[in-house]
Write a new protein. Structure first.
Length: 328
């Protein structure tokens, strides 16, 4: 069954639960499923990509709510193993044969988990500022004391403290989003690290961007403000699959000034994937422009129209998303 209410599209999953999604760009374009990070939802592509960019690229972006976010309730969502089946059901529902996957931040494991299960249906995976697996005893430090505390609590399974802290922080974020969208956008940009501030200011200068960001933020907490705690717990456990099982071509983009996921972790991920092209450049979590994006030319390896040039477009997306500042 499918329910259609503008940007509140849902399907019922065969094993129970539902999956929420929203469509952006050219409906007849090359399909690309987008998996958001934390404090975001299926609405992420609406403010990350300008309509002009998607129209020019000829790409159909399908934003998908991850488990616990927006409209998605996926059974067995404590890990990543049930996610590929939900994605496969959505692709079947939409009549997709092959498709690309784009993931940002904590959407990375969800994208990579699809490869061993869905195989050749995924033409290419693009990861921007993605989190990697943590080994037992491995030291992990982000650029924020608060986030370091959350990660420590998650790795110790201290949900008695993690859940209320995430609930309080989520509630505070939602309260700050009340009132004038432009004022919220300006405050949001001021609070970001230097590496992300200029990128965010350029993005939020687009007409309609601040209200779209607020709508996305509110939708991310539709099911409650402890959803981030569930994300941290998933990533703190073994993922249930090895990176060596990901046979799909992966393009990984990571900024050298990334404040949330150290670039050393991104390098480990890139080295562990059988087929990976890593693009390391300047910038932070919102992906400042990597050097030489034009070198990412060629197809996604499918060899047939419309895919014969699609890989070039989709692999370049992280370098053009968010109206990025030019290098140098």
């Amino acid at each position: 069954m499918d329910e259609d209410d503008g940007d509140r599209l849902t399907i019922e999953l065969p094993g129970g639960g539902s999956l929420g999604y929203a469509r952006f760009g050219d409906p007849a374009g090359v399909p690309c499923l987008a998996f958001h990070g934390s404090a975001s939802s299926r609405l992420m592509p609406g403010w990350m990509f300008s309509p002009e960019l998607l129209a020019t690229a000829g790409v159909s972006i399908i934003g998908v709510d991850r488990p616990g976010y927006g409209l998605s309730t996926v059974p067995g969502a404590a890990g990543f193993s049930d996610w590929p089946r939900a994605v496969g059901a959505l692709a079947d529902h939409l009549g997709l044969g092959r498709f690309a996957v784009l993931a940002h931040s904590l959407g990375s494991a969800f994208a990579l988990a699809c490869a061993p299960v869905l195989g050749d249906r995924i033409a290419v995976i693009v990861i921007a500022s993605g989190m990697g697996p943590l080994q037992p005893g491995e030291r992990f430090h982000s650029g924020s004391r608060a986030e370091n505390l959350y990660w420590r609590l998650a790795r110790r399974r201290a949900t008695w403290l993690l859940n209320p802290l995430c609930r309080v922080s989520g509630t505070m974020v939602l309260r700050s989003a009340r009132g004038d969208p432009q004022r919220f956008a300006q405050g949001m940009a001021r609070r970001l690290p230097d590496a992300d501030r200029l990128t965010t200011q350029r993005m939020l200068a687009r007409p309609g961007a601040p209200p779209a960001v607020i709508a996305d933020l509110r939708e991310s907490y539709r099911q409650g403000t402890t959803v981030m705690a569930a994300d941290l717990l998933r990533y703190s456990r073994p993922w249930g699959f090895g990176l060596e099982e990901v046979a799909t071509m992966v393009h990984l983009w990571h900024g050298g000034q990334e404040p949330k996921v150290p670039i050393t972790l991104a390098r480990q991920v890139a080295a562990s994937l059988p087929r990976c092209q890593a693009h390391f450049g300047s910038g932070g979590h919102l992906m400042a422009r990597p050097a030489g994006p034009a070198r990412c030319a060629g197809s996604a390896g499918t060899g047939a129209s419309p895919w014969s040039g699609a890989g070039r477009v989709i692999r370049r997306m992280p370098s053009t998303m968010l109206m990025l500042a030019p290098s140098g």
